[in-house]
Design a protein around this ligand. Structure first.
Ligand SMILES: Nc1ncnc2c1ncn2[C@@H]1O[C@H](COP(=O)(O)OP(=O)(O)OP(=O)(O)O)[C@@H](O)[C@H]1O
Ligand SMILES: CC(=O)N[C@H]1[C@@H]2OC[C@@H](O2)[C@@H](O)[C@@H]1O[C@H](C)C(=O)O
Length: 353
């Protein structure tokens, strides 16, 4: 799994059967800096088809090398692995246009042939073909793990997505998690992210800017809805900041963190939920977790680690599960989440031979 944060490649080795999933090993590998630049360039600039094809290959090579290292380090033979669930790198997600699509790069055939392991990728196109958003897909996995009717699961990656498991089953992309605060701290403090939310905590929320950020039409849309870096990105933020040149950088960071938490609180306030299980890198942000706990005072906010699932790897584990579903020809019903018209077998198989 490599997600919208472009911060690493998460690998999870899982043993899965119909009724259980066991995670045997996990490890994060670095995301190549030049490839990260190429992905960002692809999202924000016109590029040639040659550039796109080359990036498709470079990502495949990076994933192949990471998996090779993983197998070596944990002494796992390729022939022991039934399949790799390869999310790929989302470069454009456009589910609402007349010709909808979601594009993930990282050539699956290349990875399968080089590693001699079957690969499942392109998990989102089938859902979109059946009139769904193509995202988020992990709610189906959250439901299989935690379905006790009083739970919500929150992923705080680059984008934030929620799964609500009450009498109603709901899931959608809430909005931004770390994309904008990562950008802002990289620009102003030259560090990759705001560790534990310390910088945001030292600033003061600017209510006027907050109102402008929250005024974006995405927050007024009803689910099913999904979004990504092609919408919430550096240009989006810089555009909103045009009339706020006098605010201190640290106060902008504080406002961005508040901007992350408010739509989460809004999404949960009318729901009958007793616990919120948080995963994704943002679960490590102590200040954000503190804020959520304080504001959602009737809801117990925990990290998925407390339930035995490493919060940094829950998405990677989900894609192993999705690959299991594809290999076993099992359709997944995401109609309540993505708005798809029927249960769909998600993913494309690239054989090792
Ligand atoms: N200790 C920490 N304190 C604050 N933030 C953290 C910490 N550790 C990680 N993060 C944040 O988590 C981000 C990475 O999250 P994650 O790996 O879940 O994203 P992703 O999977 O790429 O995104 P998505 O789920 O949108 O595809 C980092 O970019 C950083 O902002
Ligand atoms: C198009 C795309 O890559 N979407 C990601 C992104 O990252 C978080 C959120 O936006 C979610 O919708 C999705 O990822 C997870 C794995 C999902 O499909 O559930």
């Amino acid at each position: 799994m490599s997600g919208t944060s472009l911060d690493g490649i998460d690998i999870a080795l899982c043993k899965i059967d119909e009724n259980s999933i066991q995670t045997l090993q996990t490890k994060e590998y670095p995301f190549d800096k030049q490839i990260k630049e190429d992905v960002l360039k692809t999202i924000s600039n016109p590029i040639t088809l040659e550039f796109l094809g080359t990036l498709n290959h470079k990502l495949a090579l990076m994933y192949t090398n990471a998996i090779k290292n993983f197998l070596k380090e944990f002494e796992v033979k390729a022939e022991k692995i039934i399949a790799i669930g390869l999310h790929g790198q989302t470069i454009w997600h456009s589910p609402n246009k007349p010709y909808p699509f979601s594009m993930q790069l990282g050539d699956g055939s290349f990875v399968a042939k080089k590693l001699q392991i079957d690969v499942v990728n392109d998990f989102r196109s089938g859902d979109i073909a059946n009139n769904g958003q193509g995202a988020p897909l992990t709610p189906a996995f959250h439901k299989s793990l935690f379905d006790d009717k009083q739970t919500a699961v929150l992923n705080l990656g680059g984008i934030a997505n929620i799964t609500i498991l009450t009498k109603e089953y709901l899931g959608f992309d809430i909005g931004v998690a770390n994309i904008l605060s990562d950008y802002w701290i990289q620009k102003n403090q030259k560090t990759p992210f705001d560790k534990d939310g310390v910088w945001a905590k030292s600033g003061k929320v600017n209510e006027e800017l907050l109102r402008v950020l929250l005024d974006d039409p995405y927050f007024k849309k009803l689910p099913p809805k999904s979004t990504g870096r092609e919408y919430f990105n550096a240009s989006w933020l810089e555009d909103k900041l045009k009339n706020f040149s006098s605010i201190n950088a640290v106060d902008i960071q504080a406002t961005l963190l508040e901007f992350v938490s408010i739509p989460i609180i809004e999404a949960l306030k009318t729901k009958e939920i007793k616990r919120l299980i948080v995963c994704g890198g943002g679960a490590q942000n102590k200040y954000l977790m503190e804020k959520l706990s304080n504001r959602l005072n009737k809801i117990k906010v925990i990290k998925s680690d407390e339930l035995g699932i490493d919060s940094n790897f829950l998405e990677a584990i989900a894609f192993a599960w999705l690959a299991f579903k594809r290999i076993n020809h099992q359709a997944i019903d995401l109609s309540a989440i993505t708005g798809s018209s029927k249960p769909t077998i998600l993913g494309a198989i690239h054989g090792k031979d």
